[in-house]
Design a protein. Structure first.
Length: 273
């Protein structure tokens, strides 16, 4: 929580400008007025895009504001979508103050004047080459879209736009979507702490395990292992935090790696390994 403590302590007064800085300032009750109003250009003196704590603040701000925008995609915010946002906050074990900031960001994302492209462009600049961090961001938004069990057309359109703006191809998005969809069932509950689901039959669970790893049931043992290692590397909590994932989201990354391990072990057992 070092980045958050410094932010409230005033050390980040000029840390984050642009649309993300403005959103964060609103969420904190304009505590960053000086930093936001006095901000010129994309970086302030002494700071540059890519510094870990700056990226953490940008990621936190973008996650909840874009989630709010996505929730309003079909014209209304469903109870499941609100529960998903609250579940993400619980999994992050936010302090009461951080939770209020996250809720405020969610509300700002629902507002008519929310500038999605400006937020995404700044997030991409701040993350730089941290592609796995942007992938994690997109996966969180996919989980939010599936909160009610259905990906609506309006949500799908926004997700395609978000993915393209962040540099992901339609094929990459489709693969992530299939993996998130399968993970919801494989885990036995909706992503983000939804209602419990009855365990799926062994045959279906095996099929979902392959989908979680993003490989075909016809894949060789070597291909399955390669996919497993690639996903574990992408979602390794320590690596993601080092790249700018807020410490509060470590639990989410850890749960993802546990999910990947469980899928891999399910496939190994089915193959007699």
């Amino acid at each position: 929580m070092a980045w958050w403590g410094k932010l409230l302590g005033g050390a980040f007064g000029y840390m984050l400008g642009g649309p993300l800085g403005a959103l964060l300032g609103i969420a904190l009750g304009h505590r960053l007025d000086k930093g936001v109003d006095g901000f010129e250009g994309e970086t302030a003196e002494g700071w540059s895009p890519g510094e870990q704590e700056r990226v953490q603040a940008a990621f936190f701000t973008a996650v909840f504001s874009v989630m709010g925008h996505l929730a309003k995609a079909d014209g209304r915010v469903a109870p499941d979508e609100i529960r998903l946002a609250e579940a993400v906050m619980r999994r992050m074990r936010l302090t009461p103050e951080m939770r209020e900031a996250a809720k405020a960001l969610f509300r700002e994302g629902k507002s008519p004047g929310f500038d999605l492209d400006a937020v995404l462009d700044q997030l991409r600049r701040e993350c730089g080459r941290r592609r796995n961090l942007l992938r994690m961001f997109l996966e969180i938004q996919l989980q939010a879209a599936f909160a009610d069990g259905t990906l609506h057309d309006a949500e799908a359109r926004i997700l395609r736009h978000v993915a393209a703006r962040l540099g992901f191809s339609p094929q990459e998005l489709a693969q992530m979507e299939a993996m998130v969809r399968a993970a919801r069932h494989f885990a036995g509950a909706g992503a983000g702490g939804g209602a419990y689901r009855e365990p799926t039959p062994a045959k279906d669970r095996l099929s979902e395990a392959y989908a979680v790893l993003g490989v075909s049931p016809d894949a060789s043992d070597a291909e399955v292992k390669k996919a497993y290692r690639r996903l574990m590397n992408r979602h390794h909590p320590d690596k993601l935090v080092a790249r700018g994932l807020p410490e509060e989201m470590v639990k989410m990354a850890t749960e993802k790696t546990q999910e990947i391990k469980a899928a891999y072990e399910t496939i190994r057992r089915a193959r007699g390994k």
